[in-house]
Design a protein around this ligand. Structure first.
Ligand code: NAD
Ligand code: DAU
Length: 349
């Protein structure tokens, strides 16, 4: 093994696709997946790679500094790809401190361990995975670029913005080699069914209401998760030091149009009469501080690294629905236990 890469949050939605991307494509790397397995982490997401000789799982909480220190000393990683986070905006509204602990303190713990382990920075890299939500909300026109000013509104996006600032500060102050990626909304297999697309797939299967916050005109830019994993691979290996890259699908949808499209595809795949699933759409009270529109300008990553999405939204959505239809056991398991549907508690009228 010629390189050890530590990937945090590898049992989660995006992290599991990133772990797979690296384990399969880099057999000469040792991939260490560091995850505390919160409600959102699930090792079943990695069942196909868990026996690979270049893969190791470590159940460690990134807020636990002594455990992290021991882990860094034992594995001595040259690269860190940091995805572990509390990721759901609605949960951040009810429990902001959990987001400060993992997203801010946990990130600084990792930066500190990297700083103390790395005597020289040759061949080292700390890749921080961030979000377009740090840029705040767009009006009707325009796109987020890498130069857009940070303007977070939710406790989640404020915690991610804070962690981005710490990552940059460790470069500017200590010279730590870093790179940051800010991505738009992901969708695809293994997405926890509290987020809009998997929640609606799950509810359609159970004939439950499809909750649409506010008037449903909020807009998001959707990217297939495997295309995000490919982008992370490129930026980790070839991105410029101390730089940031926006990643997005050039694929904007209002929530209501997206859910209607999902209903249409679900009816076809389930052999239900057209319009059956749409009748489940239920408008509910809005999310507080709801950002009206996100959209990414992905010109830089395309021009510098040649990245572009590999699937259309129709293809990606169809593959995603097929995955959920073939993995109903997964859906059942992850929705038992600690999982709660926060919208019921906070937003239903
Ligand atoms: P997720 O909630 O599905 O997974 C998060 C993972 O982190 C889980 O496996 C969880 O067990 C782990 N984790 C949480 N707290 C931890 C802790 N204290 N110590 C160790 N592990 C911990 O999240 P996701 O949607 O896959 O997002 C991954 C990253 O990508 C996050 O940093 C998120 O901010 C960012 N991101 C997500 C999206 C999106 O659309 N989902 C878009 C852009 C950026
Ligand atoms: O933009 C990137 C971000 O995308 C990531 O950083 C976050 O980790 C990820 O969770 C996601 O955040 P959103 O808040 O955009 O995703 P969510 O799926 O929660 O909501 C998408 C849109 O759908 C948003 O406008 C809120 C709305 N919504 C959501 C849910 C769960 C509804 O109308 N009804 C719902 O039940």
């Amino acid at each position: 093994m010629n390189k050890t890469i530590l990937i945090t949050g590898g049992a989660g939605f995006i992290g599991s696709h990133v772990v797979r991307q690296f384990v399969v494509n880099y057999p000469d790397y040792k991939i260490v997946n560091v995850d505390s397995l919160t409600y959102a982490g699930n090792l079943e997401n990695l069942i196909d790679v868990e026996d690979a000789p270049n893969y190791i799982f470590e159940k460690v909480d990134i807020t636990d500094r002594p455990r992290l220190r021991e882990l860094f000393e034992r594995h001595r990683p040259e690269g860190i790809i940091h995805l572990a986070a509390e990721s759901h905006v609605d949960r951040s509204i009810s429990d902001p401190l959990a987001f400060v602990n993992t997203n801010v303190i946990g990130t600084v713990n990792l930066l500190e361990e990297a700083r103390s382990l790395w005597d020289d920075f040759e061949g080292k890299r700390f890749h921080h995975i961030s979000t377009d939500e740090v840029f705040g909300a767009l009006g009707e026109h325009g796109l987020f670029t890498e130069d857009t000013k940070y303007d977070p509104h939710s406790p989640y996006s404020a915690s991610k913005a804070s962690s981005d600032h710490f990552v940059r500060a460790y470069h500017d102050t200590y010279g730590l080699p870093i790179v940051i990626t800010n991505c738009s909304n992901n969708y695809g297999p293994n997405h926890f069914p509290e987020k809009l697309i998997p929640l609606c797939i799950s509810n359609i299967l159970q004939n439950k209401p499809l909750p649409i916050y506010g008037d449903g005109r909020y807009t998001r830019d959707w990217l297939y998760v495997i295309d995000h994993a490919r982008a992370i691979d490129l930026v980790f290996h070839r991105g410029q030091n101390a730089s940031s890259y926006n990643i997005g699908g050039f694929n904007e949808w209002t929530n209501i149009d997206l859910v209607k499209e999902l209903c249409k595809q679900m009816d076809e795949k389930l052999g239900r009469e057209a319009g059956t699933s749409e009748r489940l759409i239920t408008y509910v009270k809005d999310r507080p501080g709801h950002d009206i529109r996100y959209a990414i300008d992905a010109t830089k990553i395309n021009a510098e690294l040649g990245w572009k999405p590999s699937v259309t939204f129709q293809e990606g959505l169809s593959a995603t629905i097929d995955w959920y239809l073939s993995n109903t056991e997964w859906l059942k398991k992850v929705t038992s236990g600690e999982y709660q549907r926060y919208y019921v508690e906070h937003y239903s009228k």
